[in-house]
Design a protein around this ligand. Structure first.
Ligand SMILES: [Mn+2]
Length: 324
């Protein structure tokens, strides 16, 4: 924390980024960092490979996030700060050599983080990466104001599923309490984040729910989203956050799966959710992915039936091992 504080003090140009298909923690964390830097009188370039979901566009500074290299290509930044991302590849990078970074700071809370930075601050006990940004604000003695509080709170409710996942720690509540006392309005943020979907999301959800499959013992639930569904609903992967919760919500389901066809149809992004003690980070890492114990993902090449077969074999083996 101190080393990061010093590195920020010494740097003048900053490049902030986070992972592909950004969620509330990715967006909230880079915007919270932008606010933090602003309070020290510094500006930053915010880059995300994918566009951000509409429901996070209300966050202060969201309009400053760029998605194209034009204009910054060839720049050397004193400091790159990567948040909520297990490695450079998860960001859509690495961006060198078109960009150069004198130093890289890696701030994350994923167990599978590869410690790819020159300075690594990985706290797997944090409910969200933004929790770590909160701590950094305190370490640096910077005043917490409503703009950064809004970003941090949004990130926490996003990564804890509105305080319903197993990472909803006392610390997450403590920080949230401070943020609410500062003026964050939970109902207003919930409305912006969870209650402002485009109609295309509902149409896509209808199609996705139609693909629901349950294992014979009803402990595994899966839904599938094809490229054709995105085309038919004129939507994209940025609006599917939360879809995997539907199979997870079924009583008795211990592992929920979402198969998303990638463009070209030769590979699938597989997302996993589980109930304790089933560790889906382990399952995802078996396929070269990663994540958290109860929420993870990976990419698997092949046609859908083969991908499903491979995944189910590993999931069933894990369930048998865990028992209960
Ligand atoms: Mn996160």
């Amino acid at each position: 924390m101190k080393e990061i504080s010093r590195a920020i003090d010494e740097a003048e140009s900053f490049f902030l980024t986070s992972h592909l298909n950004p969620d509330g923690d990715a967006v909230g964390s880079i915007l919270a960092l932008k606010c933090l830097l602003k309070k020290t009188g510094r500006d930053a370039t915010l880059f995300m490979t994918n566009t951000i979901p509409d429901n996070f566009k209300f966050l202060p500074g969201a309009g400053d996030i760029i998605h194209k290299m034009n204009g910054i290509s060839g720049t050397t930044f004193d400091l790159a700060i990567v948040v909520d991302s297990t490695d450079w590849e998860r960001t859509g990078g690495p961006f060198e050599p078109s960009l150069r970074f004198n130093r890289v700071i890696n701030i994350d809370h994923h167990e599978s983080n590869s410690n790819f930075g020159d300075i690594n601050l990985v706290d797997t006990g944090a409910s969200a990466t933004s929790e770590i940004i909160f701590d950094l604000m305190e370490t640096m003695g910077l005043p917490l104001e409503l703009d950064i509080a809004t970003c941090i709170y949004t990130a926490i409710i996003s990564d804890t599923g509105g305080f319903t996942y197993s990472n909803s720690s006392a610390r997450a509540f403590e920080i949230s309490e401070k943020l609410v006392r500062l003026g964050v309005e939970p109902d207003k943020i919930a409305e912006k984040v969870n209650e402002s979907y485009p109609v295309s999301r509902l149409l896509l959800l209808e199609m996705a729910l139609n693909t629901l499959e349950l294992s014979a013992d009803k402990t595994i639930g899966a839904i599938t989203i094809s490229q054709e569904m995105f085309i038919k609903t004129n939507s994209g992967p940025q609006i599917i956050e939360g879809f995997i919760d539907y199979p997870r919500f079924i009583s008795g389901v211990r592992v929920a799966l979402l198969y998303r066809e990638l463009p070209g149809g030769e590979a699938y992004k597989v997302s996993f959710r589980s109930r304790n003690p089933v560790d889906v980070a382990k399952i995802a890492s078996y396929f070269g992915g990663g994540g958290h114990m109860n929420a993870s993902g990976c990419t698997i090449e092949g046609k859908l039936p083969d991908v499903k077969k491979k995944v189910l074999e590993v999931v069933v083996a894990e369930l048998e091992k865990v028992g209960g």
